[in-house]
Design a protein. Structure first.
Length: 189
């Protein structure tokens, strides 16, 4: 039960201070889960992020569910998920009641214009760490660049891009396996 409480409060802190959605929370989750608590090693964390990105649903909730389940099974998953979403629910309810009255004030508009660039930075920082941990090289950089062009430029569904990446990875793995078998046979001869 102690781990469930730790998961709840860890994700509640993250949920309370995350602006900009799931990707913006990545650096906070990494710091808490990998660096401070040492619940998950760094390599596994970034593998987890790759898996979560390909799942349907809310990124922040999926992250909390995955980490919670890994640390303390179903109880941990529920505790982490509740911790992640509770601050958002409370804040949204409060803001909705207040925002209704004050949304047209110039100061409110300026505040939101000031927050937007900060949110971009909160998303960009973990993206750069993800690129580094994925060991993207100049040779493999064509894959994320092609994905961006397809999704952003050509308006291809991200789901199709993910499926194409999975198919391409499987074909590549099969070709490499075949190549290694052939090299082994030639070495025996």
């Amino acid at each position: 039960m102690k781990k469930s409480f730790q998961l709840f409060f860890t994700f509640m802190k993250i949920g309370a201070f995350t602006l900009g959605g799931g990707y913006a929370m990545l650096s906070m989750v990494e710091k808490a889960v990998v660096d401070k608590k040492r619940w998950i090693p760094s390599d596994e964390f970034w593998d987890m992020i790759a898996i979560i990105q390909s799942l349907p649903g809310v990124f922040a909730v999926n992250t909390a569910l995955y980490v919670g389940h890994k640390i303390n099974g179903a109880k941990g998953a529920v505790a982490a998920m509740l911790g992640a979403i509770l601050p958002s629910i409370v804040i949204i309810l409060l803001l909705a009641t207040i925002f209704k009255e004050y949304r047209d004030l110039p100061v409110v508009e300026r505040v939101f214009k000031g927050i937007r660039p900060c949110v971009v930075a909160l998303i960009l920082a973990p993206s750069l760490r993800m690129i580094k941990s994925a060991k993207v090289t100049w040779k493999t950089a064509v894959i994320p660049i092609a994905a961006v062009v397809l999704i952003y430029g050509c308006k291809v569904s991200p789901a199709l891009v993910i499926l194409a990446a999975i198919a391409g990875s499987l074909v590549y793995a099969l070709l490499m396996e075949r190549k290694m078998k052939q090299a082994g046979k030639e070495g025996e001869a």
